[in-house]
Design a protein around this ligand. Structure first.
Ligand code: EPZ
Length: 424
């Protein structure tokens, strides 16, 4: 079978301007939320990446009319007739579970395949199930499916045991149409949750407290589609591009994103000695003198350091002066990139959920393997700096969540190309 391999000749400086695409992790829940409308929704600024096409496919299977044109998607849920999300789709993308809440709210029934294991951790969905049960649904797990039924959903208090973006979304998508008031405590404050709430409010939902850990939801009977909603830019893509510019000591302007959503990342970059100027919705990265300084990070729910930038930060730290301690607290197996970075000459040791990175003078190109979306990004950042030609295999992971990424880097002057290889 033929697979794409990314080939990078390292050592080139990047130059110019690059624009950030729409957020994958905001578009996915907003697409699921559109199922709740009586009328069609049009969502703009969607990233054209594989996970979005997978969600579009799922909505079609459920009976929605879906049309993607340029960076907009029309979703007409008025003829939803199926309440089953099959395993063939869910196994491709875990965010498929987002349809559980809206299907129960809309069809009174849902049958969604249980997502299986994942390269970065166990990724349970117990909090989704617990919350939707609390809202009045009867849920059982049978033959690999979550089967939910509810004649009526009723407002309730949900205290999430752990901060979870996905569980907050799923319970929210059920609670907006429940009878009465729901209060969510320890809810997720991630910008993608806030964006979904903004969309739901435009549909007619009554929600207060977005961006804080307490959400108050007064259920409403009907929600209407939104005829033009613009999704927020992808803060993780922005951070990845910034890291690529810092790594290569380049002068690059990253445009069209919300810098406030990356405050902790910028603080860490500043501490590390990177040079950059933040404007309203862009940042200009400038070359710094000497070496970056080693800076420790701990991944945490928003507004803490995002787990989705941990791998990219580690790539930067491989060439920093000193030791940096990187602690991953969200996913138990999100260090698959470590061995690959070490193959490129990095010096990283793992102790439990902590990686100790000792900065080296230079990285050297190697044949490496991407294990997930953000690991792919980290290997690209390392490859842009490493001496020689790096081959990154299994780069299909990158296409799940980064739109047109190779071309964006190519336009900035990176020596990068895709080749097709036979992999047994
Ligand atoms: C979202 O996953 C993102 N995915 C992830 O991005 C991101 O890493 C993660 O949030 C954390 O920010 C999407 O938005 C599609 P969680 P999600 O529920 O919602 C535990 C990427 O690279 N937990 O906030 O699945 C869980 O194990 C992806 O784009 C339970 O215990 O994450 C984890 O430790 C990868 N039970 C913590 O909560 C549950 O029922 C946070 O997970 C649910 C979660």
């Amino acid at each position: 079978m033929k697979f794409k391999t990314l080939v990078i000749k390292g050592g080139t400086k990047l130059k110019g301007k690059v624009s950030v695409s729409g957020s994958k992790n905001a578009t996915l829940p907003i697409m699921a939320a559109s199922l709740l409308g009586e009328t069609p929704s049009v969502i703009n600024n969607i990233p054209l990446v594989r996970d979005i096409y997978t969600m579009a496919e799922l909505l079609k299977i459920l009976g929605a009319k879906v049309e993607i044109k340029n960076h907009s998607i029309l979703i007409d849920p008025s003829k939803i007739k199926n309440y089953k999300a099959p395993y063939e789709i869910v196994k491709q993308m875990r965010a498929s579970i987002y349809v559980l809440g809206p299907l129960v709210a809309r069809c009174r029934k849902a049958k969604v395949a249980m997502p299986g294991g994942c390269a970065i951790g166990l990724r349970p969905i117990d909090l989704h199930i617990k919350g939707i049960k609390k809202l009045g649904a009867k849920i059982k797990i049978k033959h690999g499916y979550v089967i939910a039924e509810a004649q009526k959903l009723k407002g309730t208090k949900i205290i999430f045991d752990k901060i979870s973006l996905g569980a907050t979304i799923n319970c929210l998508l059920a609670a907006v149409k429940a009878e009465g008031t729901s209060i969510f405590e320890n809810a997720s404050k991630e910008p993608e949750v806030v964006d979904t709430i903004k969309f739901l409010k435009m549909m007619g939902a009554d929600i207060k407290g977005e961006g804080t850990s307490t959400l108050i939801i007064n259920g409403v009977k009907n929600l209407t589609g939104v005829s033009g909603y613009t999704v927020i830019p992808d803060r993780i893509e922005a951070a990845t591009l910034i890291a690529a510019a810092v790594m290569t000591k380049s002068k690059v302007t990253i445009e069209n994103f919300i810098p406030e959503n990356l405050t902790v990342f910028f603080e860490k970059l500043r501490e590390a000695g990177a040079k950059f100027e933040i404007k309203n919705n862009s940042v200009k990265v400038l070359p710094y003198k000497g070496k970056l300084k080693a800076v420790d990070i701990i991944t945490e729910p928003y507004p803490g350091f995002p787990t989705d930038i941990q791998a990219q930060w580690m790539a930067l730290m491989t060439i920093a002066q000193g030791n940096s301690i990187i602690k991953e607290t969200i996913w138990e197996n999100r260090f698959m990139h470590v061995l690959e970075l070490n193959r490129m000459g990095a010096d990283i040791k793992i102790e439990g959920n902590t990686a100790i990175v000792t900065g080296v003078d230079e990285l050297s190109a190697a044949d490496v393997m991407a294990s997930d979306l953000r690991a792919s990004a980290a290997l690209i950042i390392a490859g842009l700096k490493a001496k020689g030609v790096t081959y990154i295999r299994r780069i299909y992971h990158l296409e799940r969540g980064y739109e047109n990424f190779y071309n964006k880097l190519k336009k900035l002057g990176a020596k990068i190309k895709i080749i097709m290889e036979n992999i047994i």
